[in-house]
Write a protein that binds this ligand. Sequence first.
Ligand code: DC
Length: 260
Amino acid sequence: MDLVTTTSPQPTDFAMRKIVIAIDGYSSCGKSTTAKAVAAELGYAYIDTGAMYRAVTLYLLERDIAFDDLPRVEQALHDIHISFKRNRKTGRNELCLDGVIREDEIRQMRISNSVSEVSVIPAVRHTLVAQQQRMGRKRGVVMDGRDIGTTVFPDAEVKIFMTADVETRARRRQEELAVKNEHVELEEIVENLRKRDHIDSTRAESPLRRAADAVLLDTTHMMIDEQVDFVLERVSARLFERSSLAITGGEERNPSGAGL
Ligand code: DC
């Protein structure tokens, strides 16, 4: 006799099905370090959307394209090719601009000082949001940025909104820059972070804000491992919730898992 087969989804299918994890928040809260570790733990792809805005900024600066010269900015968006390449040695995803790795340059202060101005340009946002949606269409991604849970993937199954006190964030950024031999005064970094927070959260197009269903994570007094565990616990709770719903035949009423 044939084994009985069924086409209806099994509980484990729901638990195994890949999800989108959106990590939004202020600059230098530890979003990318946390997102990278969570992605590695789950075998998911990690996408640093801030790197993409930085890449457009680098491209425009290198060609002396004024940020308010819309026709040239639009042409640049048409020509530019942004991708990520995995560095086998470090395991890091490195940003490539027109096929060339530009990871270190996009992290420099000169880019940090201009990137918020570039990321307010609606044409830039439309182009990058569309690319990010394509990158995550098969799900199984951890994406960090400012508008992932609100605009790029409003249906993300897990949404985290990270914050931390500005001095702590500035010290972390200063240490990151020092490792790359760029020595910047703490005050300059604090000022840059405050300015970017302001521009990022007051811009008209997809401003930085916590999605109603995002879980708040204040990292001021947290170590990276604790942040990673916090997110992984939300992921497990979410997957468990899905598999329980599959068993009971219930409906998903809280797709992002907020408050779990
Ligand atoms: O995460 P980061 O500091 O590398 O991001 C650089 C800038 O890019 C940040 O100041 C705002 C912008 N950004 C954005 O507007 N939307 C995103 N999804 C990610 C970054």
